[in-house]
Design a protein around this ligand. Structure first.
Ligand SMILES: Cc1ncc(COP(=O)(O)O)c(C=O)c1O
Length: 374
């Protein structure tokens, strides 16, 4: 996907012009691969733009940070509000949203305890992740020669940037070999997930998906489990072998970027009739309706950006971080940002040396009292 610049990126409490959203080359996370992030979609619904499952994404971001022992210097309502503000500031009805929490500039070495923690949120247009025809025709997948991360080597429940080194190698191998995506097996040889998606298999009237241990707990996976149960189709979270995948009637991948993508072939073996099956089609349709706010059963999953650009009721909250166990943190003053002024053309500015925004945080051992996963 080629990046098309938009207007603003949220960096440590302020919306900065797109071209000025820079970091120093000695940013810690750039060197050692530990940062946590989210991928969220905002949909253009008949009632206006709505972020899909905002709360779940923000909760997973905090879980990822907790697992990585990074303290996010904002609380959940502030970050949720910042996500919505970022979408508004970029004036796109539908987009992909990328919050990233990273260790910033100021210290080097593997010991990250005293590194500043920086936060940015970007949004951009992102269409069909696995290609224009993917959702209609289904994709071709190969089992990767790379094993998925082991639960005790990389933390699979955390969306840590470094985990995606493994994903990138598998993806590249698959694409170089003429496939759309890689299917990764866990260290015991059972099916884990795609490089950026969870997997579902349907056979004999039962939908199966690998258990949550050892994979990223996908928010789309969770939505699909609910949708399939609501359809009255039996679901089982269980280990799946490679040959069970080959012999499935239907396979589909799920993810925020990939949405519901049917798989028509694995390792040159046709899946079912070699085209998206009926169950997959039904799941795609209900999922689409849910993202559009058109299915009354799932409307709690949509957080609307009010059409007038004013604040959204379920995300306003305290503007200051409260540390775990109620200890106040000296993290500056993250503030809710007011809605953006009317559209102005993007200006390109001269390069300016980056001054770490959180320089005052360098040396702040703020993770000493660790938060708990929600
Ligand atoms: C490795 C991996 N598995 C699964 C998923 C699907 O997760 P979600 O549905 O929350 O996007 C993703 C995408 O975030 C991913 O990167």
């Amino acid at each position: 996907m080629v990046m098309q610049p938009l207007y603003k990126i949220w960096m440590d409490g302020e919306l900065v012009p797109w071209d000025e959203a820079r970091v120093h080359v000695l940013t810690h996370s750039l060197h050692y691969g530990l940062a946590v992030f989210e991928g969220i979609r905002c949909y253009a619904t008949p009632r206006g733009s709505a972020v899909f499952r905002l709360k779940e994404h923000v909760d997973r971001l905090f879980d990822s940070a907790h697992i990585a022992a990074m303290h996010i210097p904002y609380d959940r309502p502030v970050l949720s509000g910042a996500i919505l503000d970022t979408v508004r500031a970029n004036r796109v009805p539908a987009c992909y949203i990328r919050p990233l929490i990273y260790f910033g500039y100021g210290r080097m070495g593997i010991d990250n305890r005293k590194c500043p923690v920086n936060v940015c949120i970007a949004a951009w247009g992102w269409g069909a992740y696995l290609g224009e025809d993917a959702e209609a025709q289904g994709i071709r997948v190969r089992v990767s020669s790379y094993t998925r991360n082991h639960v005790n080597i990389n933390m699979t429940h955390a969306k840590i940037t470094g985990n995606y080194a493994n994903s990138q190698m598998a993806k590249r191998e698959a694409v170089d070999d003429g496939y759309h995506e890689a299917l990764m097996l866990d260290p015991d040889g059972f099916v884990a997930e795609g490089t950026g998606e969870n997997i579902f298999a349907y056979r004999g009237g039962v939908v199966r998906t690998p258990p949550i241990q050892g994979i990223l707990p996908g928010i789309t996976r969770d939505a699909v489990l609910r949708i399939v149960r609501d359809m009255g189709v039996p679901v089982s979270e269980e280990r799946l072998s490679r040959d069970e995948i080959y012999c499935s009637d239907e396979i589909f991948l799920t993810g925020t970027a990939a949405e519901i993508t049917p798989v028509r072939e694995v390792d040159r073996r046709k899946i079912g009739a070699g085209r998206p099956g009926d169950l997959t089609r039904r799941v795609q349709e209900v999922f689409r309706a849910a993202t559009m706010g058109e299915d009354a059963r799932y409307t709690a999953w949509n957080t609307y950006l009010a059409p007038d650009g004013k604040s959204v009721e379920n995300v306003s909250g305290p503007a200051r971080d409260t540390a775990p166990h109620g200890t106040p943190q000296d993290v500056g003053s993250p503030q809710r940002l007011s809605p953006e002024a009317p559209a102005a053309p993007r200006q390109s500015r001269e390069r300016v040396p980056h001054v770490p925004r959180s320089a005052r945080d360098i040396g702040d051992d703020r993770h000493a009292s660790a938060p708990h996963c929600s």
